[in-house]
Write a protein that binds this ligand. Structure first.
Ligand SMILES: [Zn+2]
Ligand SMILES: [Zn+2]
Length: 111
């Protein structure tokens, strides 16, 4: 039988006495620089600061991709604005006008 293992201190990694502050998991949060958003005042710190900042920018400040009119190249951000633009500026496209909503019973009575 080999008893060498029994002679090795089994408390390896355990803080003896229990009075000392146990080592934290991972580095201290204060060791990380505080990242601040370039677009607004939001700041991020801690282990995930980089990822959080990146996600924040993506959610809050990412540029909406522009739609560009394939007739004149005009760039608009909204689909409905594009539709209106094409209807107004390019009547040759024959884009049907939106059907006005009329509630039943509100037909012209010819007063
Ligand atoms: Zn921001
Ligand atoms: Zn256009």
């Amino acid at each position: 039988m080999d008893n060498v293992i029994d002679n090795i201190d089994p408390t390896c990694g355990v803080v003896p006495g229990g009075g000392a502050k146990p080592a934290a998991f991972g580095p201290n949060e204060n060791d990380f620089p505080i990242l601040s958003c370039a677009e607004c005042d939001t700041t991020f710190s801690g282990v995930w600061a980089t990822g959080n900042l990146r996600r924040h920018v993506k959610l809050k400040h990412v540029e909406t991709p522009l739609l560009s009119c394939d007739v004149c190249g005009r760039q608009l951000q909204r689909k409905d604005a594009m539709l209106k633009h094409r209807r107004d500026r390019h009547p040759e496209l024959n884009i049907p006008a939106p059907v006005p909503r009329k509630r039943p019973g509100e037909l012209d009575r010819g007063d």
